[in-house]
Design a protein around this ligand. Structure first.
Ligand code: ADP
Ligand code: MG
Length: 238
């Protein structure tokens, strides 16, 4: 345990919550299968970043997570890699409809970045990802969603539009990520986020990532996450 504490300290990782999984040192430590390992190698990722070292084992253990780390620290792969494992583990994978993984981000640009990162890892599994944000007509978007997918990467407004149009159902969704939660609040998306969360089954796994943790983000996190573990990397303001 002392060794774990020293290792966390060396990576500037702080954790709070009970039964926190140990941080890993290498991607091998995460026991990913060979398709995921080769996709990681193809990206040129040699070792996990600090947030990935601590967040991945926690998320793989099924726990809810609040991840706080600055921009550029590798938060996307910290939720995208475990999401691949989560999806491949679903008994309903070949059945049912609607996304299993739902990722919300504040802007189209950020959603697009997550979409491209997720695509790289999803390809080997045949996991289908739909980008649900402006830039495509609502009609085209509707058709794409109707064709089916395992993951949506969405901005909140467009996702709600698509749910209202019955382009997708949330019945199968069990892995919810709110990325850049502080910016989603700054942009006034709190009501939309609450509406989306309210449509996803309560026994889902929920992950919230943010560069900062203002009070109202904290309050939302307390309401929608279950016994979350908080991981902070580096010095982060509130
Ligand atoms: P954040 O969401 O924390 O701002 P990103 O997930 O966008 O950070 O990652 C920042 C950059 O680091 C991206 O270009 C990404 O491809 C790269 N990256 C992520 N994980 C690793 C890794 N383990 N090794 C090397 N580069 C990585
Ligand atoms: Mg990010």
């Amino acid at each position: 345990e002392e060794e774990v504490a020293a290792y966390r300290k060396s990576l500037a990782i702080r954790v709070s919550g009970f039964d926190v999984a140990r941080p890993v040192k290498t991607f091998e430590d995460l026991s990913f299968d060979s398709s995921l390992m080769s996709a990681i190698a193809k990206q040129g990722y040699e070792r996990p970043t600090p947030i990935q070292c601590q967040a991945c084992p926690i998320v793989l253990s099924g726990r809810d997570l609040i991840g706080i780390a600055k921009t550029g620290s590798g938060k996307t792969a910290a939720f995208v890699l475990p999401m691949m494992v989560h999806i491949m583990d679903q008994p309903e994978l070949g059945k049912g409809e609607g996304p299993i993984g739902v990722i919300c981000a504040p802007t189209r640009e950020l959603a697009q970045q997550i979409y491209s990162e997720a695509k790289k890892f999803a390809k080997a599994y045949g996991i289908r990802i739909s980008g649900v944000y402006g830039g495509m007509s609502k009609f085209e978007q509707f058709k794409e969603l109707k064709a089916g997918c395992e993951v949506v990467v969405a901005t909140p407004g467009r996702l709600i539009d698509m749910i209202k149009m019955k382009a997708l159902t949330m019945h199968r969704a069990t892995y919810l990520v709110l990325d850049e939660a502080d910016r989603m609040f700054d942009l006034g998306f709190e009501p939309q986020i609450r509406s989306i969360v309210g449509q996803i089954r309560p026994d889902r796994q929920t992950l919230l990532f943010s560069a900062t943790m203002p009070k109202r983000v904290e309050r939302l996190a307390r309401e929608i996450l279950t016994d979350p573990i908080r991981v902070t990397v580096g010095e982060v303001g509130s």
